[in-house]
Design a protein around this ligand. Sequence first.
Ligand SMILES: Nc1ncnc2c1ncn2[C@@H]1O[C@H](COP(=O)(O)OP(=O)(O)O)[C@@H](O)[C@H]1O
Ligand SMILES: [Mg+2]
Length: 506
Amino acid sequence: MFNSLKFKISITAFLIISVIMTLSTWRDIKETERKLLEGQKEKVVLLSERISHSIMVLMLKNRWQDLQAFLESMTNDSRELRSIRISEPDKGVIVASSTRQDIGGHINRRDRDMFNKKAINDAYLTEKNAQGFASKLTVIQNQTICHRCHGSEKEILGVMGVDISLDEVYKSINQFQKERLLDAAMGFLMIGGGFMLVIGLLIDRPIKKMIRIIRRIEGGDLSARMEEDKKDEFGLMAKSFNSMLESLDAAKQEIEMCHSEQMQRAAKLASLGEIISGIAHEIKNPLTGISCAVQVFQSEMSEDDSRKAVTTEILNHIKRLDRTVKDLLNYAKPKPPNFLALNINDALNKAVFFVYPEAKKQNVSIDTIVEGEIPDIMMDPDQMQQVFLNLMINAVQAMPDGGKLKITTLKSDIDKEEHIEIIKLLHGEKAVIVRFEDTGKGIEGEYLNSIFDPFFTKKSKGTGLGLAISRRIIHEHGGEIDVESKVGKGSVFSIYLPLMQKREGV
Ligand SMILES: Nc1ncnc2c1ncn2[C@@H]1O[C@H](COP(=O)(O)OP(=O)(O)O)[C@@H](O)[C@H]1O
Ligand SMILES: [Mg+2]
């Protein structure tokens, strides 16, 4: 809840709204307070003028004995007017006041200060006995018409102070404050609520919908799709998401298809392997029997017996059959490799030794080149020899009219661009490479992917197992084999064997 996007956006918006509203409400309240207080000051100025005028009239009519009653009636008749007092200018002794008991006392300190500062034209705010007032001092000048009673010596006859209460103003301010705060709270709730509603509709709801779809997809239902009807960012997101799902769905289907094909193939090969090894064993024993019998026949024949050519031919066929059966058995029931740390060139030289007579017969020259130091690697020498033999026999068979077979052994080099791919292929491991280059007839592009398949052969007497067995042996050594070929020019078979083998016990 506290981590949800809705909560975070709402809390931010609430904070911003509340700061703005508090500031504007505070400013409004202060401004109104100022205006109301200014109003009271203006009021006290006007009142002072009116009262001083009335006092003047009383004086001129010689009714000064009515002054006290006039002051009292003024304050009694008004709710706001609280005090009118007249003091003599020198010592500030009160000579007349709306509050009788003040007469003879001194005016208060603030009034005195204001008089001394000659701030007599302006009204001011003051506090007496914890009550607020707007006050104004008015100087009563000794005018010519006053001279007949007061003489002409004094310039100022007296100072009149008028106070009007601020109680009502403060009440209004309080009331206004309450109303504004209530308004602000209401506004805050309405804006906040509206905001939450809008966020809910525009952001929260679409996001929740998306999350529901994503959960379905997580649950494996790749057919789920987001609604693309919105024209905003959510619509765009839904579109991209859906197209991503399309590709994902297609890829998944492809993988499933590929997987089921592979499974079928593996199942087929496994059952084929069982059948083959059964049949091969059935053939192998009678074959040995036939071979022995024919040899016995042959030994009984004289040197110039014309049937001897026939029995030799039979024996050759039996040998070929035997080899095929061995290949079949090897493919169907492979032995696990027996790893030893050896130099690959030893196995290679042995294989060359076996193939050499056949190659010579066909006018094929074999060159072996070793580039640099070749470190020992972990390998099964018999199996590796079989791989080399298969590749060399294929090469020789691809050159019926003679040619050249160049075999190069080298170490992979991270600095050589063409080796980077190999190192990647072997997950960053360094490799020993053995490359077989022939000048034979080459392989058509369409067959390049099939030649490693078991039983793929283009030869009338071939089994199609040589490359399949070789590839399996190389894989069991943690390595890789690949081929490049140009029809009419020749083929290059490369074997990559990792220098380090991460095998248990090695
Ligand atoms: N060096 C090569 N040059 C041309 N074709 C080749 C070469 N090596 C293999 N092939 C092709 O690959 C096929 C499969 O080879 P392999 O698995 O050894 O079976 P087989 O030799 O019994 O046919 C061969 O029939 C041949 O067409
Ligand atoms: Mg072969």
